[in-house]
Design a protein around this ligand. Structure first.
Ligand code: CP
Ligand code: NVA
Length: 307
């Protein structure tokens, strides 16, 4: 059966650990696993802007011996409303996998349902699971392990990153605390899924409006933009409501003394994160950005070898 990666819990805890092991191996020996030699092609399609995802999938597919076919949907028939099922049937005849950044989760689910090759979520409005794999790789590098660590996410507690930390962190056996304002809780079904997963892995998943309670003793502090792609018109209101949840020196002081700081980037200094924190000694954001490359190569290898 073809394996897709549409949300973080599409990988079991054991599979997630395997992908992270493979990511570490790829980091040591980037050209060792030429599973796409030929070159075989991977389609990488964008309905929204991207720097990191575009570069890391392009370089990653090339390092696997393959050919990255990067498509902006606005310049393809997808942008003119071609049916997703028809798009899948065309692409699967010529590429080994389809990586897609789009808006609603239902669109990527529809594409995946019609595709005979693996479909990878490169960010939707609901999830950003490739980013979490890179983040977990980064945490493992700096902390040695994942299970039992406390990872606190501050800010837009209802966005794709919050949801993916809940699912991906719970899968890794971490204690995931999400903190944000009333009116912006994580989606109830996603939080419930994370709680259920955490019960089996020994982790936990919680939402609170209390920043101090969320940050106390945390091993990892993380945030994301307050204005996700597609929400630009809400910038003023979002800046107002999320302001108390900025990842700044005050928030960091509540965390464990050796806490590390993550941010998926792009970052907006002076908004969701202070310059002193993101550019300070506890920040590991550049390792995190690099690990997109290694983690996604590992994911592609896993999906292709398991399908
Ligand atoms: N973090 C991330 O996905 O960055 P891009 O939007 O630049 O791809
Ligand atoms: N939450 C952000 C993540 C960007 C990588 C967005 O969706 O725009």
């Amino acid at each position: 059966m073809v394996r897709h990666f549409l949300r973080d819990d599409d990988l079991t805890p054991a599979e997630q650990a395997r992908v992270l092991d493979l990511a570490a191996a790829f980091k040591k020996a980037p050209l060792d696993h030429q599973i796409l030699s030929g070159p075989k092609a991977v389609a990488v399609i964008f309905d929204k802007p991207s720097t990191r995802t575009r570069v890391s999938f392009s370089v990653g597919v090339a390092q696997l011996g393959g050919y990255p076919l990067v498509i902006d949907s606005a310049t393809s028939q997808l942008g003119r409303g071609e049916e997703l099922g028809d798009t899948a049937k065309v692409l699967e005849r010529q590429v080994e996998a389809i990586v897609w950044r789009t808006f609603s989760q239902s669109r990527i689910e529809e594409l995946a349902a019609a595709s005979a090759v693996p479909v990878v979520n490169a960010l939707t409005d609901d999830f950003h699971p490739c980013q979490i794999l890179a983040d977990l790789q980064t945490v493992r590098e700096h902390k040695g392990a994942l299970a039992g660590l406390t990872m606190t996410y501050l800010g837009d507690s209802a966005n794709n990153m919050a949801h993916s930390y809940l699912l991906g962190g719970a899968t890794a056996g971490m204690h995931v605390r999400v903190a944000g304002p009333e009116g912006y809780p994580p989606r109830a079904d996603i939080l419930a899924d994370a709680v259920r997963i955490a019960e089996a892995t020994g982790g936990s998943a919680t939402f609170t409006t209390d920043l101090a309670e969320a940050c106390v003793g945390a091993d990892i502090l993380v945030t994301d933009t307050w204005v996700s792609m597609g929400q630009e018109e809400e910038k003023a209101e979002r800046t107002r409501v999320f302001q108390p949840y900025a990842l700044d020196e005050v928030a960091l002081a509540f965390a464990a003394p050796d806490a590390i700081v993550l941010h998926c980037l792009p970052a907006y200094r002076g908004y969701e994160i202070s310059a002193a924190v993101i550019d300070g000694p506890q920040s590991v954001v550049w390792d995190e950005a690099e690990n997109r490359l290694h983690a996604q190569k590992a994911l592609l290898a896993f999906l292709l070898e398991s399908s």
